[in-house]
Design a protein around this ligand. Structure first.
Ligand code: FAD
Length: 731
């Protein structure tokens, strides 16, 4: 039996690779069919979601990671994985429910009249379970949901019920003079008329696709009129208070989305892909959104959520419109249980250790410390002939696979450094970063995998930023590969973790623990992650009382420099440190007023940083964790306008034995996130095996990967006359 098994070499061990391996080994028949070996540089799995246990067993993450309640494919995978693990009841993360904590509270930061204002948003929970079978909404459902959102938003203004109530809970503004809905809370006749028009539109739209389709021109006309009235009534008054401003922008945003969806017939198959030719703000402007709306907190947050700053430059915000809308709809309308889930430990511990353990059990082989250097083509240039790798270290026992996990408080975790006790000559390797393309460490030898001898099929699962380094021959040979690499770009990011001697409330935060966006660049996203502290075994006298994570895009080169630039990571890390210092010196205390130094207000109290070595002042930063994710393997994939059509499908690489996976392929979501990576993994497993593993959502026409030929072209015409209004920027 074993000689007939197909040998699959997986290059890279991020979430997409692990998902593909998971499906390809999901039953006995498949396990008999495939012999899988995964090659991973360095000592751990997880890619951009990896984490490690550092000093005192603390969790050090590649970046702040939050899971969204709309990640149906991700949760289906992880639930199945925990079921198969069958951990004993007393295990710290015995079940997926123990590992993932529902979270419903978000905060958006509004810059209004010279200062920041919190916009708290409570997403109501529901009874559904993420990863369940129920289908996502189809495109027509989204059209109706958007129309409902417009009506609810406007009605909420008046009645403070419905969505308006959730967006502006009474207790949040009562007693805060600048946010009280005084004059802005008394809408004039124009708003009432707009509401009547919208309700008429809703009634005409009816409950079925057929009724909405039949009345589409009338419904569109009514919403256009309603929005005109809203602008006339509310735009001037939107300057009265931040609440009025965000309210206006929110209604303008959603009514514009509805108008755009109807005018561009976005409910048709392939339409969102066609819309990806344009930037979101460009498309909104074309359908009449005001400049104030385009610059509002809500829209800034959409850009910030996916690090959509080209070169990390906040002045270069660009995101493909169709991709942004799909993600927004799925996030807002399809979440199950809760809008977000926070992990109860490091992402490595909650996601990648369980996946590793199950895959090991199923017989997948892991070759850690194997860095892929190059893929080579056959003389006919129609398949991969060989793969060259560097063996980064020698194991003391070469007959045994490296054992990567350590136990921390009874939990299987990835260490922040290799387990040196298993490495021969460890002293020489220590100090070299085995996860970096820029390390001068040449390794201890090279390995060449040959087609037909060592593998039958290759699954390339490294990030898109690595392809120019690994696939020179493919790029020289194939225009399609060159186009993909030129258009599907990535961005450098940075991240920061602060262990503090005060709890969140003592730090001056008087709301529930937030997921907050989009504050000062570059550290624009913040989450209190104190829920993981119980798994960090700090000595009692240094035990932090909270831990705060920040992340954002970092300004840097459009393309990473060549691997010979060994000093690049150190330069970018120093840049990140200066950015962290600027943030702590100038901006943190505006968020957390309780972190002010009593003797030097409004400056940050550096003594709050937990430092077991007892340094003084700013030097205490040395005991925290920050990083620049500048390596080609660490850069975050962007969803730029015009790029979607260059993404390749998992099984259509132009080379018969080469398959691809990742958040950068044509995976149907196109936003860099765990769900996109998992969808990419499922599609790769399908392409490799011909087995139609379930991909939740694809049957809805809108959410699957791009149809083979996307015939739709959406022209970006001049705006209609009635929409040409002062203050609006036409893209
Ligand atoms: C700072 C930051 C924060 C994020 N936050 C979130 C979030 O909150 N929620 C969310 O859902 N998503 C988030 N993401 C996105 C998410 O992490 C990625 O979309 C996901 O990890 C992509 O998975 P992947 O399998 O495509 O690639 P990767 O995760 O990049 O995995 C690729 C693998 O290939 C390996 N590799 C690379 N080169 C080589 C080589 N030469 N040889 C051998 N192995 C190699 C890498 O080491 C890695 O293991 C975030 C990303 C970043 C950068």
């Amino acid at each position: 039996m074993s000689t007939a098994r197909q040998r699959i070499a997986i290059l890279g061990g991020g979430p997409s690779a692990l998902t593909a391996a998971y499906h390809l080994t999901s039953d006995e028949r498949l396990r008999e069919r495939y012999d899988i070996t995964l090659y991973q540089m360095g000592w751990r799995l997880g890619g951009k979601g990896r984490s490690g246990r550092g000093r005192d067993g603390r969790i050090e993450e590649h970046g702040l990671h939050i899971l969204f309640g709309f990640y149906q494919n991700f949760f289906a995978l992880i639930r199945d994985c925990y079921d198969e693990l069958k951990r004993p009841a007393g295990h710290p993360l015995a079940t997926w429910r123990k590992a993932f904590h529902p979270h419903s509270f978000g905060v958006v930061e509004d810059w209004f009249q010279g200062r920041w204002h919190h916009w708290p948003i409570e997403f109501p929970g529901n009874e559904a379970t993420p990863g369940g079978d129920a289908a996502l909404n189809g495109s027509w459902d989204y059209v109706t949901l958007v129309l409902h959102t417009v009506v609810e938003a406007l009605a909420g203004w008046r009645t403070e019920r419905g969505l308006g109530d959730r967006l502006f809970p009474r207790e949040r503004w009562e007693g805060t003079p600048d946010e009280a809905p005084t004059s802005a809370g008394r809408p004039d006749a124009g708003v009432f008329r707009a509401l009547r028009l919208l309700r008429a539109a809703l009634k005409l739209a009816g409950k079925t696709r057929q009724t909405l389709e039949r009345h589409a021109p009338t419904v569109l006309g009514l919403v256009r009129q309603a929005r005109r009235l809203v602008v006339e009534s509310l735009h001037r008054r939107s300057q009265e208070s931040v609440r009025a401003f965000r309210y206006f922008a929110y209604v303008d945003f959603w009514s514009t989305v509805f108008i755009g969806m109807m005018a561009d017939r976005l409910y048709e198959p392939g339409a969102l892909h066609a819309l990806d030719e344009y930037d979101l703000r460009e498309w909104l402007a074309r359908h009449g959104a005001l400049e104030d709306t385009l610059q509002s907190a809500f829209v800034r947050t959409i850009y910030g959520a996916a690090f959509s700053y080209e070169r990390g430059d906040p002045r270069q915000q660009r995101v493909a419109a169709g991709t942004a809308l799909r993600a927004l709809f799925r996030m807002g309308f399809t979440y199950k249980g809760a809008a977000y889930y926070k992990m109860r430990s490091g992402m490595g511990d909650t996601v990648f250790a369980p996946l590793y353990l199950v895959l090991k059990q199923r017989g997948v082989k892991f070759e850690f410390f194997h860095k892929v250097e190059s893929l080579h083509l056959t003389p006919g240039k129609d398949a991969i002939d060989s793969v060259r790798l560097t063996r980064q270290v020698e194991l003391k026992n070469p007959d045994k696979e490296y054992e990567p996990l350590v136990l921390v408080e009874d939990l299987e975790c990835w260490p922040a450094e290799p387990r040196w006790e298993q490495v021969r000559g460890a002293e020489q390797v220590k100090g070299h970063d085995l996860e970096s393309y820029y390390t001068p460490w040449k390794g201890v030898g090279s390995v060449t995998l040959k087609a037909g001898e060592d593998f039958d099929q290759v699954l390339l699962a490294t990030p898109v930023g690595c392809i120019p380094f690994l696939c020179e021959e493919l790029l020289a040979h194939s225009q399609r590969w060159r186009d993909m690499v030129e258009h599907v770009k990535s961005v450098q990011t940075l991240s920061l973790q602060l262990w503090l001697g005060k709890e969140l409330g003592e730090l001056g935060w008087d709301m529930p623990p937030p997921l907050l966006s989009l504050y000062v660049d570059p550290m624009n996203t913040w989450a209190d992650m104190s829920q993981v502290l119980h798994t960090e075994p700090w000595p009692e006298h240094h035990r932090p009382r909270s831990v705060q994570y920040f992340t954002g895009p970092q300004e840097g080169p459009d393309r990473p420099p060549p691997a010979s630039d060994h000093g690049f990571p150190a330069r970018e890390t120093e840049k990140a440190k200066q950015e962290v210092l600027t943030f702590l010196r100038n901006h943190l205390t505006a968020l957390l007023p309780g972190a002010v130094d009593r003797h030097l207000p409004p400056h940050f109290d550096w003594n709050l940083l937990v430092d077991p070595e007892g340094r003084q002042g700013e030097a205490r930063l040395e005991a925290q964790y920050w990083r620049s994710n500048c390596d080609p393997a660490e850069r975050c994939t962007l969803a730029l306008p015009g790029a979607t059509k260059y993404r390749m499908k998992a099984g259509d690489t132009g080379y018969s034995n080469l398959f691809i996976t990742g958040d950068w392929i044509d995976n149907g979501l196109y936003v860099a996130c765990m769900e996109g990576a998992v969808q990419g993994g499922i599609l790769a497993a399908r392409a490799l095996s011909g087995v139609r593993f379930p991909l939740i959502g694809e049957d809805m026409g809108w959410d699957g990967p791009a149809p083979a030929a996307t015939a739709r072209v959406i022209p970006l015409e001049a705006p209609r006359r009635e929409e040409a209004r002062p203050g609006r920027k036409v893209g």
